[in-house]
Ligand binder design. Structure first.
Ligand SMILES: [Zn+2]
Length: 382
C-alpha cells in the first residue's frame, strides 16, 4: 500500500468537501489507479499544466492527496513524482437490513472495512433504524472521520421482506432531520444497486466500464453499469429483468407468467418445485446425491440464469457478468448448463467474462458503505 495510508487519522463528522467536478474527477482517477504521476492525470483528463497545479494544490489542502516517491515511468523512461489518494481521509458507514437484523460496516475510501457491528430491531418504526444509524455514527466518529451514511435493503424486491417497508418508511423528513443533526447525508438505496457500486468501483482503474450483476435470492435483482454509471432509469426502477421469459411452458409465477426467470431460478420457486424441500441448498444437495427431480429443477435454474444473462449481454455488451447471492448454489456443478444457455442466446458469440465472488452477510453492509462512497465521489451528493 502507498505511504498515504500512514497519514494520521482524522476523527469526527465532516461532510465531503465541495470540489469542482474536474477536481473530483482527478481525485477519483488517482484513487482508482492507486497513485498516478502528474503527467498521467493531465493526459487522462485533458488538463493543462497550470490547471493541474491548481487542482492538486486544492486536493492536498483538503487532505485528500499526498506526494509520494518518484517512480520510473515506463511511458517516458524518466522518474516521475507520484500522487497518492489518502484513502484513510474519510470513512463511510453502511447499514444493511434484512428482516429485523441490521449489520453495519465502516469503510475507508478504498473499501477496506475498519469497523463492523450488528443489532436486531425491536419495533416496526423506521425511526428506530435511523436512531441506530445515529448511535453507530456517534460511536465510530470517536476514531474515524465519517462523511456519509447509507441504509440499504431489498427495496426493489418489495413484498417478501418486511425490511423493505421499514426502509421505505424513512421519509425525506426523517433524512433531513438526520442531516440537520449530524451534518452528513443519510441515503437509502436498494441493496442490489449498492452491491453493484461495491463490485464496480474497485474495477474502474482496470478499465471495467460496463457490468451486469445478477443477484439470486427469494427475488432476483439486477445491477447495470454502463459507461461507469449505475443505470437507475427515469423512476429508479431500471433492471427489472426478473420476470423475463426463459422457458416455454415453464411453471407459473405469482404474476401469472409461465416460465419466467423468477419461476425457474428464484430460491422460492426452486424450493416449491422440489417436494418437501426447505431451502435451495437442500434441493442442490439432493440433486448432487442423484435425485432426478431435484437435478431437473436445478438444471432448469442454471439454464434460466444463463438465458437471462445472454439477453443482458446482447443488450449491454458488458466487460463482465457478476453473479451473486445464491448463484453459486445454482451453478455448482452446472456451469456448463449456464454457459451453453448463455451461448445459445448471445448473438455476438464472443467470450463473456463471468465472475462469482465469495459473498457473506457482512459483504452486504460493506456494499451499503461502498454505495455511500460511490454516491459521494460521483458527485451525486445531497
Ligand atoms: Zn414471472
Amino acid at each position: 500500500m502507498n505511504e498515504a495510508a500512514a497519514a494520521p487519522r482524522q476523527t469526527g463528522i465532516q461532510r465531503w468537501p465541495e470540489l469542482h467536478p474536474t477536481t473530483q474527477a482527478a481525485f477519483n482517477r488517482v484513487l482508482w489507479d492507486d497513485g498516478l504521476s502528474r503527467s498521467d492525470i493531465a493526459s487522462k483528463l485533458g488538463l493543462s499544466r497550470t490547471r493541474l497545479t491548481t487542482i492538486t494544490r486544492d486536493l492536498e489542502e483538503a487532505g485528500l492527496l499526498v506526494q509520494g516517491r518518484r517512480e520510473q515511468r515506463a511511458s517516458t523512461g524518466r522518474p516521475a513524482e507520484m500522487l497518492h489518494a489518502v484513502t484513510t481521509a474519510y470513512q463511510f458507514l453502511g447499514l444493511h437490513l434484512r428482516g429485523t437484523g441490521v449489520i453495519a460496516a465502516l469503510v475507508d475510501l478504498d473499501g477496506r472495512v475498519v469497523w463492523q457491528n450488528s443489532a436486531a430491531l425491536r419495533t416496526e418504526s423506521p425511526r428506530e433504524l435511523v436512531e441506530l444509524a445515529a448511535s453507530w455514527l456517534q460511536e465510530t466518529t470517536t476514531s474515524f472521520r465519517v462523511a456519509a451514511v447509507a441504509v440499504c435493503g431489498p427495496l426493489g424486491r418489495a413484498g417478501l421482506d418486511p425490511a423493505s417497508q421499514r426502509i421505505r418508511g424513512i421519509s425525506e423528513q426523517l433524512q433531513a432531520e438526520f442531516t440537520a443533526e449530524w451534518s452528513v447525508p443519510l441515503w437509502i438505496e436498494d441493496d442490489v444497486v449498492a452491491l453493484t457500486a461495491f463490485e464496480q468501483w474497485p474495477q474502474l482503474g482496470e478499465g471495467q466500464d460496463d457490468m451486469v450483476l445478477i443477484s439470486v435470492g427469494e427475488e432476483i435483482g439486477f445491477g447495470l453499469v454502463t459507461d461507469r454509471k449505475i443505470v437507475r432509469g427515469a423512476h429508479g426502477t431500471a433492471g427489472r429483468f426478473d420476470h423475463i421469459p426463459v422457458l416455454p411452458d415453464g411453471p407459473e409465477c405469482p404474476l401469472g407468467h409461465h416460465g419466467c426467470l423468477w419461476s425457474v431460478c428464484s430460491t422460492t420457486a426452486v424450493v416449491r418445485a422440489a417436494p418437501g424441500a426447505r431451502s435451495m441448498s437442500e434441493v442442490a444437495a439432493r440433486a448432487d446425491a442423484g435425485d432426478p427431480v431435484c437435478a431437473d429443477v436445478m438444471a432448469r435454474a442454471a439454464d434460466g440464469l444463463g438465458t437471462a444473462a445472454g439477453y443482458l449481454v446482447n443488450l449491454l455488451d458488458p466487460d463482465k457478468v457478476v453473479l451473486t447471492g445464491e448463484s453459486h448454489t445454482v451453478l455448482r456443478g452446472r456451469f456448463e448448463v449456464f454457459h451453453s444457455a448463455l451461448r445459445r442466446v448471445h448473438l455476438d458469440g464472443g467470450k463473456v467474462e463471468v465472475g462469482m465472488p465469495d459473498f457473506d452477510f457482512v459483504e452486504w453492509a460493506r456494499a451499503a458503505a461502498a454505495f455511500a462512497v460511490y454516491r459521494t465521489l460521483s458527485g451525486q451528493g445531497f
